[in-house]
Design a protein around this ligand. Structure first.
Ligand code: CAO
Length: 533
């Protein structure tokens, strides 16, 4: 059965369709708003009187309508639905100025603005749009009320300055309740538009008798003739925006007279959801919460620059290193190991090994020696639980070795280094570093490390401060060995000294333990026969 919803009495000669809230084919239910009409006196939502599906929309935005103009046809289906009266359109009358005596021309008088007929017993104040001191023109929206049946803006019936607001958000008001007071210049007002004729409504606001004196003039200089900025939209749009958390002042309006339509709010939400996330500036990407932000710098101001994005590995390393640097209280212990004997032995073995395809470098000895040390110093082979209260001691020794590749730093792991010979370690390291440079390392080959070694000995340097490779608690940095004069108790003798830089998590490892660790490591490297024991 087809039912045509017609325009109610708009409370004026004619009204204009300012919003159509439904589309053909849309399921509608009783009291759902179909259309918003606006007359000179009021804005009104036309609610649906039946359950059904919208057949045709018989009007367009901007069409003038009078009482009885067909608006929307609704297919109610086989079930006969009771007709409209129960869901009569809610007509939002303009608010009224409670009658006051007219003040003499040129003086300021305070006029109360009371709640209009809100179409039900009471409505809640859901938004206050003005505050004391604010200039309002006629029709400036003052507040938004919401009843069970409708949401409505209360426009100002007079021009002036808001003197006080008598309600707050959440208050329930009924027709005639004082909402606010507007101070207005009566009579001579070139500044304000004259107040409209008060509408005929009963008002609980005490009316003054003609005999009552006019309130004294308030000596204020006339405020500038500007209207308070406000959002122009209907109650349904306001309600929707509120539910979606949309700030209407940011929504571009496409409706007539700058009115924000429902579609405008949808478009705004869609745009917000699909918009590219705020670009993370290089500065922001390197910032830490609680730290002063790094300012953006335009380096091109001082010369030609080239922006080169980090490789995936570099970006990942940067993130991990930054996290470790921020979270771990680092201390670095420096020491030197006399590797003169070790180097003689290595040189003697190097060619033999080379024939077997193994590159025997100092590093293989270091990995083996550290594996031994980690057995002796189990706290160095541990992780601190994220609660900071528990130390997780690992019963396996997997040593990561930092490998420099054209794409960035990677750390393949030599598993069970304590159970491997120096030769096996050298061979495995050769394979892993080749894989690293060919980008063939699997994630598993870079996981599970318990301690790391970073060797820059093949390049140079005398010391550095490596960053602990979290969740590990210590990392050994190795710099280039150099022949130095060492006092042997009777004379200076030339010895090959290997610089060691042990960085550690001071929450887990004490300085004394770190010094013991490097001292012991130096001793082991000075006499690698210990490793045979
Ligand atoms: N002192 C003196 N000579 C050293 C030395 C040291 N500490 N370490 C290595 N050397 C020598 C080697 O013995 C080799 O000489 P021979 O050819 O005579 O044997 C030469 O330097 C080159 O060694 P290498 O660097 O190729 O081999 P390695 O086993 O020492 O290191 C690897 C392998 C993969 C660790 C290394 O190539 C590498 O990538 N190092 C960089 C690690 C890095 O970037 N760390 C920084 C991390 S924090 O940013």
């Amino acid at each position: 059965m087809l039912q045509v919803v017609k325009a109610p009495d708009p409370g004026a000669d004619k009204a204009e369709v300012i919003e159509i809230l439904v589309k053909p084919g849309q399921r509608v239910h009783r009291e759902m708003s179909l259309v918003v009409l606006e007359s000179a006196k009021a804005t009104m939502e036309v609610p649906c009187p039946v359950e059904g599906v919208v057949g045709e929309v018989l009007i367009r935005i901007g069409d003038p309508v009078a009482e009885g103009t067909p608006l929307i046809s609704v297919e109610t289906g086989a079930v006969e639905t009771p007709a409209a009266p129960a869901a009569a359109p809610v007509i939002v009358s303009p608010p009224v100025v409670a009658p006051t005596l007219v003040a003499p021309p040129g003086v300021m008088s305070v006029q109360p603005v009371v709640a209009p007929d809100i179409g039900s017993d009471s409505a809640d104040v859901i938004e206050l749009l003005v505050s004391p001191g604010q200039i309002v023109a006629v029709d400036t929206p003052l507040m938004v009320l919401e009843s069970a049946k409708a949401t409505m803006e209360v426009p100002s019936p007079i021009a002036g300055v808001v003197r006080s607001v008598a309600v707050k958000v959440g208050d329930a008001v009924s027709q005639g309740v004082l909402l606010l007071q507007v101070e207005t210049e009566t009579g001579s007002g070139p500044v304000f538009t004259p107040a409209p004729e008060p509408a005929e409504v009963s008002s609980p606001v005490p009316e003054r008798s003609a005999a009552e004196p006019v309130r004294p003039t308030i000596a204020v200089s006339a405020p500038p003739a500007v209207a308070a900025a406000s959002v122009h939209c209907g109650p349904a749009v306001r309600r929707m925006a509120r539910e979606l958390g949309v700030d209407l002042s940011r929504v571009p309006a496409t409706g007539p007279k700058g009115r924000i339509l429902k579609e405008d709010v949808f478009a705004w939400v869609k745009q917000s959801l699909t918009a590219a996330p705020t670009p993370v500036t290089p500065a922001a990407a390197t910032q830490s919460p609680g730290l002063p932000p790094l300012p953006e710098i335009d380096f091109a101001k001082w010369g030609v620059v080239e922006a080169q994005p980090l490789s995936r590995i570099q970006a990942l390393s940067a993130k991990n290193l930054h996290r470790a640097w921020v979270h771990i209280p680092h201390v670095t212990q420096f020491d030197e190991a006399d590797i003169s004997e070790l180097e003689s032995f290595r040189k003697a073995q190097k060619d033999v090994m080379k024939k077997q395809g193994v590159n025997l470098t100092v590093l293989a000895f270091l990995v083996r020696a550290c594996a031994r040390l980690l057995q002796e110093f189990p706290r160095f082979n541990a992780s601190l639980a994220t609660d900071g209260q528990t130390l997780i001691l690992k019963k396996y020794i997997h040593i990561g070795v930092a490998v420099d590749t054209p794409n960035g730093l990677v750390v393949p792991v030599i598993r069970d280094a304590d159970r491997k010979s120096v030769r096996e370690i050298a061979q495995e390291m050769g394979e892993l570093s080749a894989k690293a440079r060919d980008k063939k390392l699997s994630p598993a080959e870079m996981q599970g490390g318990t301690f790391s070694i970073s060797s820059l000995g093949g390049i140079g340097g005398t010391a550095f401060t490596p960053i602990v490779n979290w969740p590990e608690v210590a990392i050994l940095g190795v710099s280039r060995a150099a022949t130095k004069p060492v006092w042997d108790g009777g004379a200076f003798v030339p010895r090959l000294m290997l610089p060691l830089s042990l960085s550690y998590d001071h929450r887990v490892i004490d300085g004394a333990d770190a010094a013991r660790f490097t001292a012991r490591l130096s001793a082991v490297l000075a006499d690698i026969r210990v490793l045979l024991l």
